[in-house]
Design a protein around this ligand. Structure first.
Ligand SMILES: Cc1cc2nc3c(=O)[nH]c(=O)nc-3n(C[C@H](O)[C@H](O)[C@H](O)COP(=O)(O)O)c2cc1C
Length: 220
C-alpha cells in the first residue's frame, strides 16, 4: 500500500491508450469505500470519454478564450507566506520541467489551457457536490477523490486532480446536465502516463513529518 501511495504522482502527459469503461467503474467502486461523515456519501462524478470528452474540452477552451469565465481564485489573496513560498517553489519546478520561462505569461496560459482538454488523457472525470452542504462534506469528496487516484495507481493508471475546472461550472453543468443543486468541485485526468514526457519527471517535495506533526505522549 505504501508503495502505491508513494508512486502516485500528478501526471500531465498521457499515452494514447484507451481506458475501458469496466476498469473505470471498478476504480470508482473501490473509491466509494471512502468514509464520509454519517455515511452521507456526497460525491457525484461524471466520467467522460471519446467525443463527449472532446466536445466538453472544446466548449471549455472556447469559454476560456472568450474571457467569460471568472478568473480563478482558488487561494486567498494575500496567501500567507508559508503557503506562498511553497506555491512559488511549485511554479518554479513545474515551469522548469516544461522549459517555460516563468515570466512568459503567454506560454504559461497555453499550458494552463491544457488542463481543459484533460492533458490528452483518454478519460476525464468531473467531481460535483450538492452546494447546500457545508465544508465538512467537501472533506468526504476529497477523500473519495484520493481513493480514486490510489485505486487507479494500484492498477497502473495515472491521474491529475484539477481544480482548474471549477471556474467553468456553468459550461460543465450544461454539457453534463447536472442538477441545479450541484456544483463542480474539481476535475481529474485519467490514463496511462507517458514516462518519457519531461513534465512527468518532476517529483514535488514534501515537508518532513517533524515539521507538520507534533507527536506527544509516546515513551522515549
Ligand atoms: C485539489 C487539487 C487541485 C489541483 N489542481 C490542479 C490543476 O488544476 N492543474 C494541475 O496541473 N495540477 C493540479 N493539482 C496537482 C498539484 O499541483 C499536485 O498535486 C502537487 O503539485 C503535488 O504534486 P504530486 O501530486 O505530483 O505529488 C491539483 C491537486 C489537488 C490536490
Amino acid at each position: 500500500m505504501s508503495n502505491v501511495l508513494r508512486s502516485r504522482r500528478t501526471v500531465r502527459a498521457f499515452k494514447p491508450l484507451p481506458l475501458g469503461r469496466q476498469l473505470v467503474e471498478d476504480i470508482l467502486e473501490d473509491a466509494a469505500t471512502a468514509p464520509s461523515g454519517a455515511n452521507i456519501q456526497p460525491w457525484r462524478v461524471y466520467v467522460v470519454s471519446g467525443a463527449v470528452k472532446d466536445e466538453l474540452g472544446a466548449a471549455l477552451l472556447a469559454a476560456s478564450r472568450a474571457g467569460t469565465v471568472p478568473a480563478p481564485a482558488h487561494f486567498p489573496d494575500p496567501l500567507p507566506d508559508v503557503f506562498r513560498g511553497r506555491l512559488q517553489d511549485f511554479g518554479a519546478r513545474y515551469y522548469a520541467s516544461l522549459g517555460i520561462d516563468r515570466n512568459d505569461a503567454a506560454a504559461r496560459a497555453r499550458q494552463s489551457e491544457r488542463n481543459l482538454s484533460f492533458f490528452g488523457a483518454p478519460v476525464g472525470l468531473l467531481f460535483s457536490i450538492d452546494r447546500r452542504l457545508k465544508p465538512h462534506s467537501w472533506i468526504d469528496l476529497g477523500l473519495f477523490a484520493q481513493n480514486v487516484m490510489i485505486a487507479a495507481k494500484a492498477r497502473g493508471i495515472d491521474t491529475c486532480p484539477q481544480v482548474s475546472f471549477a471556474p467553468f461550472h456553468e459550461v460543465i453543468a450544461s454539457h453534463l446536465q447536472m442538477a441545479p443543486e450541484e456544483v463542480t468541485a474539481f476535475g481529474m485526468s485519467m490514463g496511462y502516463g507517458d514516462p518519457d514526457a519531461k513534465v512527468n519527471q518532476t517529483a514535488m517535495p514534501r515537508e518532513q513529518v517533524r515539521d507538520f506533526a507534533r507527536v506527544v505522549g509516546f515513551p522515549e
